[in-house]
Write a protein that binds this ligand. Sequence first.
Ligand code: MEV
Length: 325
Amino acid sequence: MSITVSAPGKLMLMGEHAVVFGKPSIVTAVDHRMYATLDAFPEPKIILEAPEVGLDFYEKNLNELGQGIVPKEASFVEHSVKNFVAKYPISAGVKITTKAGFSSKFGFGSSSAVTVCITKGLSEMFGLNLSNQEIFELSYKTVIDVQGKGSGFDIAAAVWGGTILFQNKGEIVEPLNIPGFDLAVGYTGKKYETVKVLDEVKMVEAEFPDVIAGTYNNIAILVEKALDLIKSGQPNILPKLGQLMNFNQGQLDTLGVNCLELSEIIYAARNAGAYGAKLSGAGKGDCAVCLVDGFNKMQVADGIRNQGYEVIDIVVNAPGARVEM
Ligand code: MEV
């Protein structure tokens, strides 16, 4: 039996960092996907091939998952299977081959998308048909086991797809419809580990606890205002939504997670007519999201390119994890 599952990457429209502390966030799934093919294997072990991370062959017995040396490149897959087997004991082995539809350097959440692929793939393979909520919970546990922190919003985007409100470790996941919205995405060319950025923000927080608490609250207020706007049914909400995204960027600057490259992309996009622009995700690198519609997307993308940055072509509202036929 062979089954291939895919899951989308994500971009954060509003609410990063504060979402780690239970505040609301708005995230969209993008049409760049990760893939995992699962084949039944006669012995009780996992065999992993992950060429995109340079892992040609890796094997581990099912009863030893998570023990001994776990190479970084195998950690999300190994812990995904470990957590699945702990909850739903299986005796058969599985050969897993992953394929990346996007580079891990963009900050689209490749590890989370792979984790969701493995959990959903095992669920389908063993006929469990787990619900989205069950796949989310197992996958989120895997991310916490491997990296120790994270809100889970990227897991939720990979599971449910579309554009969602995500809050409080997945207690609230609600589909959102933002009529006519699109994103021009500028890539800084820089990668900064999320966990490292979170640790640095923690250090700022230790020195200025009241300022940072206020900043998280401000971010939450901005996301709530964006949600009111999105749900208001008013026509043409993009200019106001863009303004709220710009305010959100100011708060992220206070957290210390902005950088020169992000600022250059953001100002190039705003000057070229974007409704709003801000960093997406942890910050200090990765991508900026620039709010556009079908009319100004090309012009904003050109503005970013003219500033010397790569534009990554994406489609928003991509479907969530699915079995590929
Ligand atoms: C990283 O993509 C976004 C953060 O909010 C961390 C998280 O939500 O897990 C900084």
